[in-house]
Design a protein around this ligand. Structure first.
Ligand SMILES: Cc1cc2nc3c(=O)[nH]c(=O)nc-3n(C[C@H](O)[C@H](O)[C@H](O)COP(=O)(O)OP(=O)(O)OC[C@H]3O[C@@H](n4cnc5c(N)ncnc54)[C@H](O)[C@@H]3O)c2cc1C
Length: 498
């Protein structure tokens, strides 16, 4: 409708309509609302947090909401790719793989059952190899590793307690790790500890090096975990099927290919404005009483969305929290050359610390895939550099070749130069992906104790930030993202329904 015609109509109506009808007219046909679709809530991002928020709003009776999702699919960092391997289409999870906790603990369990996906009940079990094809580290079975870990844990807890009670500042976890390593006189114990640092404490568990992890808070995910989710769990195949099952009731509210670029949220205005580019490259604008931003911490750190006015205090918090780096690499072989037939095994090269990697054979060889293959969580600077080269060149084959070589190096060291190359290689690229910029968050040294709590406080009750990174106890996990979505939607619904 023509702007001047609309204003004229409004003025004319106001002169003879009763006030309550003028009010109703203004709500539905004011100039802004004619041109700009209005919602109670706009959710930015259709990962687990955004989807859980949407379903919770629905359950509270709030149906006037919309989800804007930048990529052409939903699920965010939960992504399955379907690849042909020896004539068979195989589901490979490039993000989330492990469902923590038992059936009664993980809130997504029921949706995995409804999606009819395959599970393998598992616990981490470890074989750790020496270098130069000389077999396992003597004593490095689960009991041996637990023993070394318990010694470390005792040392670490004392160190941390003393430092805290003396009022000393946080410091990188690396310092206590170095101090403890120096107390180990047994060579094999030192090798086992190398493995523990890499696989249980640092890069593989938290996607971060120990120089970045906080001495005081790095392990809050399981210290604050009152639901005991971290002790056990399931390996799952085809997480995207779980996503699609969960999203079914809200599918029609999701717009994919909608890249949000700016959010304006002036205090004086009743609505925030959300600007985005749709999948035809056109710019669009919508408005909402509340905007929930669920994009990853990495996306926020890279300032991929601009806010007006700027979110200065929140941005400082966002920059203080850590965002982890790494990728998943799947390799399938004609035959298994590793001796483990046991379902529960992880193995790495324990001696060569820099070239240390962990390989999961349990998914590929048994139960879920029935094919000889290894999944490698490929972390650290090498992974980051290789991905950046891929992003610069766009050459996917060269990227796969480079990552394959990086992942095969320690294997050749463990099992000899003659082991075969993989027949199929698939690798993710989460660090340079503009919609993720990293894999999951961690508690970084010098992060403040109340940072997450403050990040969760909405601005003007209009702009909300949530995602796995705002969870105190379950950051880095799908259930963390899910529970953050549920909590914030309950908060928003409470206010909207007041
Ligand atoms: C390799 C890897 C392995 C993992 N393994 C496990 C595991 O085994 N178990 C487990 O529980 N968890 C695991 N996680 C963590 C888990 O996947 C995440 O914690 C969780 O998926 C995060 O959900 P979220 O909703 O907070 O964020 P996201 O999933 O990142 O959702 C945010 C959404 O926002 C969208 N978005 C970004 N920018 C914009 C924009 N400008 N406009 C609109 N939309 C935008 C994104 O595309 C995305 O869909 C893993 C993650 C990775 C990457």
């Amino acid at each position: 409708m023509n702007y001047y015609l609309l204003v004229g109509l409004q003025l004319a109506l106001q002169s003879f309509l009763p006030p309550f009808l003028v009010e109703a007219f203004n709500q539905t046909t004011s100039i802004d609302s004619v041109q700009v679709p209005s919602y109670d809530v706009v959710i930015v991002g259709a990962g687990w947090c955004g989807m859980a928020a949407a379903r919770t709003l629905e359950a509270s009776g709030i149906t006037n909401y919309k989800i804007l999702e930048a990529s052409d699919r939903i699920g965010g960092r939960t992504q399955t790719v379907y690849e042909e391997i020896d004539g068979e289409i195989v589901a490979l999870d490039m993000g989330t793989q492990w469902m923590s906790g038992g059936a009664d603990q993980n809130p997504l369990y029921e949706f995995a059952v409804a999606a009819n996906v395959s599970f393998v009940v598992d616990k981490y079990k470890t074989n750790v190899y020496q270098s130069n094809n000389t077999g396992l580290i003597p004593g490095a079975d689960d009991d041996g590793l637990d023993e070394v870990f318990d010694k470390y844990w005792y040392y670490y807890r004392n160190y941390r307690r003393k430092r805290r009670s003396n009022g000393r500042k946080d410091q990188p976890l690396a310092i206590v790790l170095r101090k403890f390593r120096a107390t180990l006189t047994d060579f094999n114990e030192r090798l086992m500890f190398n493995y523990i640092v890499k696989a249980w404490i640092g890069e593989i568990e938290y996607a971060a090096g120990s120089e970045d992890l906080s001495l005081y808070t790095f392990d809050e995910d399981w210290r604050l975990d009152d639901s005991n989710l971290t002790d056990s769990g399931f390996w799952l195949k085809d997480w995207s099927a779980v996503v699609n099952t969960y999203a079914e009731p809200i599918q029609n509210k999701i717009q994919t290919g909608a890249v949000v670029t700016q959010i304006k949220y002036r205090k004086a205005s009743e609505f925030a404005r959300v600007y985005y580019t749709n999948d035809d490259g056109e710019k669009e604008k919508i408005r909402a009483k509340k905007v929930l931003v669920t994009v990853s911490l990495g996306v926020l750190q890279k300032k991929m969305i601009t806010f007006k006015p700027p979110i200065k205090k929140k941005q400082k918090i966002i920059n203080r929290i850590g965002m982890g780096t790494g990728n998943h690499m799947w390799m399938f072989f004609d035959e298994a050359f590793w001796p483990e037939n046991d379902l529960k095994s992880i193995f790495g090269d324990g001696e060569d610390r820099d070239n240390f990697a962990a390989y999961y054979n349990n998914l590929a060889e048994h139960g879920l895939y029935n094919k000889p293959g290894l999944m490698v969580p490929h972390m650290g600077q090498d992974a980051q550099d290789a991905e950046q080269r891929f992003r610069d060149s766009g050459d996917e084959d060269a990227y796969k070749e480079e990552v394959k070589e990086l992942c095969m190096g320690p294997l050749r060291n463990m099992f000899g130069e003659d082991i075969p190359d993989p027949k199929y290689v698939f690798v993710s690229s989460w660090m340079t992906n503009p919609y993720t910029h990293g894999i999951f968050s961690f508690n970084k040294v010098k992060q403040k104790r109340n940072d997450k709590q403050n990040l969760r406080v909405p601005i003007n009750n209009r702009l909300y930030f949530r995602g796995e990174h705002t969870s105190d106890a379950h950051y880095g996990w799908v259930h963390g993202a899910y529970w953050e979505g549920v909590a914030v939607a309950e908060e928003m619904a409470g206010e909207l329904l007041e």
